[in-house]
Design a protein around this ligand. Structure first.
Ligand SMILES: Cc1cc2nc3c(=O)[nH]c(=O)nc-3n(C[C@H](O)[C@H](O)[C@H](O)COP(=O)(O)OP(=O)(O)OC[C@H]3O[C@@H](n4cnc5c(N)ncnc54)[C@H](O)[C@@H]3O)c2cc1C
Length: 432
């Protein structure tokens, strides 16, 4: 049976634990969730309110949830596949999100430089690429859209693409600039360990309930309680478990594998291609990377399984990863896989995030599909701006975003989403 070990976290090395929250505590602001959103919110709150006491609370280890378990794309130019770009409002909405995503990448670029966070940051952008000719029109549409929006992008075809990637699996790609590739666990760890002193971090402190407490809020945890006039909830896929946004947001379980470093012979087989990141034009197609430390990452499963992926299921998903690797790099078999893991993303029916003050002093931020590295980093910063009564153009952008659509109640939703994903999985099969 495969053990669920996030390769990025294993390779980042162990950081010291933060003590769990115990007893009766108070804070000026409590942030629930220590992923990119919570980390960004904590840093910005500390900057805006230098004397405030800020608590950053995570149910497991700060920075080791989806923020460490992703594929490491700081996405700047999301696939325009789902956007209603033929309408003025669809185009305006894509532009707004695109501005926010670019701002998220810029924020992370600046922080990694300023704080000296070594996370294998590369300003390489990403390539949307397809194997199946049925997806070529979709890619041409990506390229035209990027051009219309003045995003730096170009089509790469045939031999050029093969030598760029070191595999002949893909035949057409759209390379776009602005985004970055990185080692996500190292980034999250670097951001957590450089927070200002007025932020108290708590690992292994799951919040069980959020209740009103006079003018503020009371959080109930296994080992204690904390009260705060303001609370920011940044728990991503776990909003519904806190009975928040359960008719707007839902989780998807993803799995990924990372190989050992390529051998000298394997390097020769791929023509010593420089590192790259490939995204699929199909929402359930494979995400692939050739990393700076010469490993290959594959993420080619996604499913609606709110309880997560157990070891038995992970075992069968790893076979799907091995098949995906063998299609692209026939010399790489299952035993080249060094680490495999699962993680959850948070999604809404219309792919829009939550960004709001749902009740006085209770702020909710999350739900970015698979773009939360850059998006979580900017939205987390902006939710802190919002909580502090700031005003700036990016905050106006975030507040102007369309809200997530309603979903039907369970079990109707469960049935519908499984049917829809089965159809999407069939359509994406050649790209998995
Ligand atoms: C396999 C995979 C690949 C992905 N690839 C990419 C990619 O390449 N690029 C990209 O941009 N995005 C990607 N994503 C999505 C990305 O990881 C998320 O969008 C991002 O991590 C969201 O950040 P966040 O801080 O909002 O949430 P998270 O990182 O999920 O953090 C939420 C935190 O809240 C904590 N928490 C939950 N419930 C409670 C509770 N009750 N009490 C206390 N704490 C709680 C969790 O332990 C967790 O640490 C991927 C995700 C997965 C799983």
């Amino acid at each position: 049976m495969v053990e669920d070990i996030c390769g990025w976290t294993a390779l980042a090395g162990h950081r010291a634990d933060f003590a769990p929250l115990r007893g009766t505590q108070t804070a000026d602001v409590a942030i629930i969730g220590g992923g990119f959103t919570g980390l960004a919110a904590a840093r910005q709150l500390a900057a805006l309110r230098p004397s405030a006491r800020i608590a950053l609370i995570d149910g497991k280890r700060i920075g080791e949830g989806a923020s460490a378990r992703n594929s490491g794309f700081a996405v700047a130019n999301e696939s325009p596949g789902h956007a209603q770009l033929h309408t003025d409002s669809g185009l305006a909405s894509y532009r707004t999100m695109n501005r926010l995503d670019h701002a998220g990448v810029a924020e992370l670029r600046q922080l990694t430089g300023q704080l000296g966070i070594d996370c294998q940051w590369e300003d390489t952008g990403s390539i949307h690429a397809a194997h199946d000719p049925a997806n070529f029109d979709r890619l041409r549409h990506h390229a035209e859209t990027f051009q219309r929006l003045r995003i730096d992008a170009r089509l790469i075809e045939g031999k050029d693409l093969h030598s760029r990637l070191g595999t002949s699996f893909y035949s057409l790609g759209v390379e776009s600039r602005g985004g970055a590739l990185l080692q996500p666990a190292k980034l999250a760890q670097g951001l957590a360990t450089t927070l200002p002193d007025q932020v108290t971090c708590y690992d292994n402190s799951p919040v069980r309930r959020i209740d009103r407490d006079g003018a503020g809020w009371l959080l109930e945890l296994a080992g204690g309680t904390i009260t705060a006039p303001q609370v920011i909830v940044a728990v991503n896929a776990f909003f519904p478990r806190l009975a928040l946004k359960s008719l707007r947001l839902f989780p998807l379980a993803l799995t990924a594998s990372l190989t050992r470093p390529l051998t000298a012979e394997e390097e020769a087989q791929i023509g010593h291609a420089p590192s790259w990141g490939v995204l699929s034009p199909q929402s359930l197609g494979a995400t692939m990377r050739l990393t700076q430390d010469r490993r290959i990452l594959i993420r080619n499963t996604a499913e609606y399984r709110p309880s997560g992926i157990d070891s038995r299921r992970l075992d069968s998903r790893v076979q799907v990863h091995a098949d995906g690797l063998a299609k692209r790099f026939p010399f790489l078999q299952r035993d080249a896989i060094a680490y495999s893991w699962s993680g959850s993303i948070c999604i809404s029916r219309n792919a829009k995030p939550v960004f709001e003050q749902s009740q006085p002093g209770l702020f909710l931020c999350g739900g970015y599909n698979a773009s939360g590295v850059s998006r979580g980093s900017i939205m987390g910063k902006l939710i802190a701006d919002y909580a502090c009564g700031q005003d700036n153009p990016l905050l106006s952008d975030a507040l102007s975003l369309i809200k997530p659509n309603l979903i039907p109640p369970r079990p109707f939703f469960d049935f519908g989403v499984k049917l829809r994903m089965a159809a999407e999985r069939r359509a994406a099969r050649p790209e998995r």
